[in-house]
Design a protein around this ligand. Sequence first.
Ligand code: GTP
Ligand code: MG
Length: 495
Amino acid sequence: MSTSDQVRAILGGTRRAYQGEPAYRQRPDVFNELDRIAGRLNQPIRIALAGTLKAGKSTLVNALVGETIAPTDATEATRIVTWFRHGPIPKVTANHVGGRRSNVPIARNGGLTFDFGTLDAADILDLDVEWPAAELIDATIIDTPGTSSLSRDVSERTLRLLVPEDGVPRVDAVVFLLRTLNAADIALLKQIGELVGGSSGALGVIGVASRADEIGAGRLDAMMSAKDVAHRFTEELDRTGICQAVVPVSGLLALTARTLRQSEFAALEKLAAVDIAELNKAMLSVDRFVREDSALPVDAATRAQLLDRFGMFGIRISIAVLRSGVTDSVSLADELLERSGLVALRDVIDQQFAQRSELLKAHTALLSLRRFVELHPIPATPYIIADIDPLLADTHAFEELRLLSQLRSRPTTFTEDEMVSLRRIIGGSGTDAASRLGLTPEAPYDGPRAAFAAAQRWRRRAEHPLNDPFTTRACRAAVRSAEALVAMYAAAERY
Ligand SMILES: Nc1nc2c(ncn2[C@@H]2O[C@H](COP(=O)(O)OP(=O)(O)OP(=O)(O)O)[C@@H](O)[C@H]2O)c(=O)[nH]1
Ligand SMILES: [Mg+2]
């Protein structure tokens, strides 16, 4: 039985237990909450974008969705947690403190803007945006106010979402944007990591070295140095054991690539045709580039717009791409998207979150249910908890997932051959016994012996004197995976 199925079974049992309690039979609120916990197992995974002020969270939300639906601004922060879900028609609802809900008018001017005029941020818990974007079908994305020691109240709204006091996660995974790596960032990341992964440690946290294009101050090699920075970030963060991966991303470039206009392409083409020495001079600084009296063949207003949409690096890279022979806007957009890092981020999200969303959601449901039965005690509560806790405590599935992602990037002393069977035994090519043990359809009955041999092999390998701690940890996990298979076969024999 899969973990999700086990969770569903426990939920079903819990529901029946409450139905058998006269005191609860007339309590629709209690059953609604149980239905909500169960319902979430079938809903899209909830991914929150969090990070420091002005890290580019809202811009990255828009880049991921492919439309400008989250308000971004150079000066004013996102002040309200905003949920972007899939829905048939655009609709924005404000959830007020005290449970009242109200409709928020939508204004469209190129993108979506909420009419904040009538809203009091202090009175609103969060905003719910339904939007007919295909990207939101499989994932609900949550934009959060930036966190910083400067504005505690706003930081707290994000913390309350990511690290709620009742310990029940509101989101399944977190993308954490960092422009720098300082003690405050790391402290917050740790809090988030502990929550998202629960007792098993961080599971669903991806780091993003954000606004990556700015790192090289708009130079052509900016994304290269961004990769170096991301590498340093990764090493630092690895030591804290919080993120599975750190990816450099320029949300701005990604969003512009996904929404590139023909007029922008035409303007860039004109710039690309300018004599290179003259162009370089005109692009020495932002001030020069937007100068009214510039001799460039594109008017000042258009240049300012380009700067706003592409950033200096984006303009430079676009011109370089056009000069290399690209002649249509679709190819330019593809090239920019690739360089923005969004494609890489999406791949990591897919590997870390999407493929594992069942497990992440199951984990969230277990924590929520545990909290629920404690809040509403009935005679069956201890029995329900006795079902939940072993599942929660059996964090081995989570350790397997963590290792599978880390084995890619971390040095070990494994031979190539060992690496292949290690990845397989911890579920890298499928989590059923045959996939883990590499059994062939012709000899499926070798399972018990293969499981036993694997447990022995990895136990020995774990004790190799030259192992580094990570290699030993991976071997021990393999032993546990193999022992679970041995136990499974033994149990099957008893029946
Ligand atoms: N050059 C560059 N600028 C960016 C990038 N992402 C965002 N920006 C700019 O940075 C400013 C802040 O962007 P937002 O997306 O609003 O940042 P945020 O993290 O949501 O900000 P808060 O909600 O206020 O914390 C805007 O002016 C964006 O245009 C990026 O990848 N590159
Ligand atoms: Mg924002």
